[in-house]
Design a binder for this molecule. Structure first.
Ligand code: NDP
Ligand code: 2IT
Length: 448
């Protein structure tokens, strides 16, 4: 899809000029602006208020040095980031990614996506994202703790329960959130809900661990049912084997699907009998091991080096749950050739523009990340509510609210797509519905 509206073409040129060397950010903005063309035609008042020029520019970007001492007594230096993208509808909210590939462009694309995603959740949360090029893999607990403490020493100056509330993402799980929370509390001498994804003994919410993966399946189930389909008896390929992939597998299996593959950045496993999730949880959640160790417990499964070829496995439904741009045009074409009819995204921006074009032109059911993976941040929003009222809800209560939110997100995407003449294009629906709420709030608050 190419932009036709001259105003949007000019805006995109400005974004490209201003964000050189940040292809992921430009990709994320391009996708959104392309789907907003009918909104620009219908809502000159939002154009007049300069909402689009403002929404593509982060409110604030913070970059800082993160020095820490490794187990050999040597000083290490990483770079820390927090991009506070948009606070029109609530405090900045979004995870922290710890991965060697992190640079400003990655955090900006994630922060931009987060603005629309958080809007879709129906909860009052603005968008932000943070991270560092620190790699927790292979580090001792002591090293991870010293890094997290140093990272938070600077970050604590910029966040707060009513200002900006970080959480987990790639490489940031309960361990890292715990160390960061402890350091924030120590520096500020206050016990507040400044992070989500906390442990259950100190303010975390039940079902937050499961939320993104479960939410992905709740959203996907709605999309399937609206199109006369279901998970039952279907072959499913899921990439990644981290937090999102594990709980997507759990919920898909509970819906009667057969999940036949999982991966990590080294390679993928194929188990024709269906993945034994207790084995994966033991490897990944207990031992922090590699996915190929699955074969030690299940010798009948296969392991293949390299993660990309996971998309050559024939399946009905593909749930990418690892990282950005993990499905390119070539992989998408192979998926389609092998009979895949649904792609629903647990990861953020896992499909390249060419892959998305392939889904849409072949009429696949396509659940875009902003909508499909919003269950994690939605449950973070529920954790914030529980922290504010100093109560904790039961697993069933949180899970039921999450389920309700994912249903309403699907409905919002479906209805917006219909209203703007793109029925069945849930990507356009998600972008439009997510945008409109933030845009109305920005217009109402004046030029800020
Ligand atoms: P984890 O760190 O728990 O797991 C990430 C998984 O993806 C691992 O299996 C990892 O393999 C793999 N992976 C990461 N980077 C790459 C890469 N460059 N190439 C290939 N594989 C890679 O993270 P999460 O499960 O939390 O996050 C997965 C995705 O879901 C991300 O896109 C994240 O932004 C998104 N997401 C997460 C939410 C959450 O609540 N956690 C909410 C919404 C979206 P390895 O171990 O080898 O690195
Ligand atoms: O991408 C995401 O939505 C997340 N990593 C979760 C963010 C959050 O604040 O829970």
């Amino acid at each position: 899809m190419a932009l036709k509206n001259q105003y949007l073409i000019d805006l995109m040129e400005t974004v490209k000029k201003r964000n050189q060397g940040e292809p992921e950010f430009i990709q994320a903005v391009t996708e959104v602006l392309e789907t907003l063309e009918p909104v620009v035609d219908k809502r000159p008042d939002l154009v007049e208020a300069g909402v689009l020029e403002r929404i593509v520019e982060p409110e604030r970007q913070i970059m800082f040095r993160v020095p820490w001492v490794d187990d050999n007594g040597k000083v290490q230096v990483n770079r820390g980031f927090r991009v506070q993208f948009n606070s029109a509808i609530g405090p900045y909210k979004g995870g922290i990614r710890l991965h060697p590939s992190v640079y400003l462009g990655i955090i900006k694309f994630l922060g931009f996506e987060q603005v629309f995603k958080n809007s879709l959740t129906t909860l009052p949360m603005g968008g932000g994202k943070g991270g560092s090029d620190f790699d927790p893999k292979g580090k001792s607990d002591g090293e991870v703790m010293r890094f997290c403490q140093s990272f938070m020493t600077e970050l604590s100056k910029h966040i707060g329960a009513d200002c900006d509330v970080p959480a987990g993402d790639i490489g940031t799980g309960a361990r890292e959130v715990g160390y960061m929370f402890g350091q924030y509390k120590r520096l500020r001498n206050e016990f507040t809900g400044v992070l989500t994804g906390k442990g259950l003994t100190y303010g975390g919410s039940l079902a937050r661990t499961e939320a993104t993966g479960y939410g992905l399946c709740y959203f996907t189930k709605e999309m399937l049912e609206a199109n006369g389909k279901s998970f039952d008896g279907k072959n499913v390929v899921i990439s990644g084997s981290g937090n999102v992939a594990i709980y997507a597998t759990e919920k898909a299996q509970s819906y009667g699907a057969k999940v036949v593959a999982l991966s990590d950045s080294n390679g993928y496993i194929y188990d024709a009998e269906g993945i034994k999730l207790d084995v994966v949880k033991e490897i990944k959640e207990v031992r922090r091991g590699r996915i190929k160790e699955y074969l030690d417990a299940v010798p009948t499964a296969e392991y293949h080096e390299g993660c990309k070829n996971i998309w050559t496995i024939p399946c009905d439904i593909a749930l990418p749950c690892a990282t950005q741009n993990e499905i390119d045009g070539e992989s998408a074409a192979i998926l389609v050739k092998n009979g895949c009819w649904c792609v629903s995204e647990g990861a953020n921006m896992p499909s390249t523009p060419e892959a998305i074009e392939t889904y849409l032109s072949n009429e696949l059911l396509y659940g875009p990340a902003k909508a499909a993976n919003a269950g994690g941040v939605a449950t973070s929003g529920l954790e914030m509510s529980q922290n504010s009222e100093r109560l904790s809800w039961t697993f069933e209560e949180v899970d039921a609210k999450l389920h309700g939110i994912m249903k309403s997100i699907f409905k919002a995407c479906d209805e917006a797509a219909k209203e703007y003449g793109m029925e069945g294009n849930y990507m356009a629906g998600a972008n439009i519905a997510g945008f409109l709420k933030v845009a109305e709030a920005m217009k109402a608050q004046g030029c800020v």
